[in-house]
Design a protein. Structure first.
Length: 255
């Protein structure tokens, strides 16, 4: 808003209109490119822990998510910041790989390709002083690395209470990644987008939690194959999570 005010004071009205018309055109192109992207034909592990089973099912069915241009910019910023955090860790001495030898993300596929996941990275080795994450021979075991960028409020809550109690979606994602990649620990990293502070948490593999989330995924797939709609988190469209959901219109169509 401040930028808009500044530009208005230094431009004629016509130039101001043309400037923001051009910016809006860029937003529309970005939205169009997003819609043209190939829809997923699998259940992404990153969505399985969501509070709303219906939302996860709609994603699996390849339904259209409705995002604003600003939301897409936020996604893009998050991806770029994650790359920056990976660079910082590499400089600090972590042997962190975010791509395999073919330049692709590390990942896995199971259930005949119906469930897939792509991870942020794998830590192959790290500074010797981190003895708690080393095996008896003194060599570091492989660790999953997952990074999220959070606003101030969300970051502070996670730093205070921990991942499992504050971010069930990310916790489920991490547990399933560790299960299918056969990893015992994950170094979860959260960047505060407001202050640039970093939070680290060593998350151990929880086989019971991983099985619970895996069963959830199978339940969603079976229901979809049987043309059964999974329950929505709320029957009230004015519920705050429903109002913010990118699948709210698709959800209403099916109710």
């Amino acid at each position: 808003m401040k930028n808009a005010i500044l530009l208005r004071s230094r431009m004629t009205r016509n130039r101001h209109v043309r400037f923001w018309s051009r910016v809006r055109r860029g937003d529309l192109l970005g939205l169009d490119n997003h819609k043209r992207q190939k829809k997923r034909d699998y259940l992404g592990v990153s969505s399985i822990g969501d509070d709303c089973l219906r939302k996860v099912q709609l994603q699996y069915e390849g339904k259209e998510a409705e995002f604003s241009a600003s939301t897409l910019r936020t996604f893009d910023i998050g991806h770029r910041l994650e790359d920056l955090v990976a660079e910082w860790l590499s400089i600090a001495g972590f042997d962190l790989k975010t791509r395999n030898e073919n330049g692709e993300q590390f990942g896995f596929s199971t259930a005949d390709g119906r469930i897939r996941g792509h991870v942020d990275g794998i830590i192959l080795n790290f500074p010797k002083e981190l003895a708690s994450a080393a095996n008896e021979s003194g060599q570091a075991s492989r660790l999953l690395w997952e990074c999220k960028t959070l606003n101030q409020k969300s970051w502070q809550e996670t730093a205070k209470k921990g991942l499992m109690l504050t971010k069930s979606l990310y916790f489920a994602q991490i547990q399933l990644y560790m299960a299918y990649l056969e990893l015992e620990q994950c170094l979860f990293t959260a960047l505060n987008k407001d202050t640039s502070e970093l939070y680290f948490e060593l998350v151990p593999f929880d086989p019971e939690a991983a099985q619970r989330y895996s069963d959830r995924a199978v339940q969603i797939i079976k229901a979809t194959e049987n043309n059964e709609a999974m329950p929505c988190i709320s029957s009230d469209p004015s519920f705050f999570k429903c109002k913010m959901c990118a699948f709210r219109n698709e959800c209403r169509k099916s109710n």
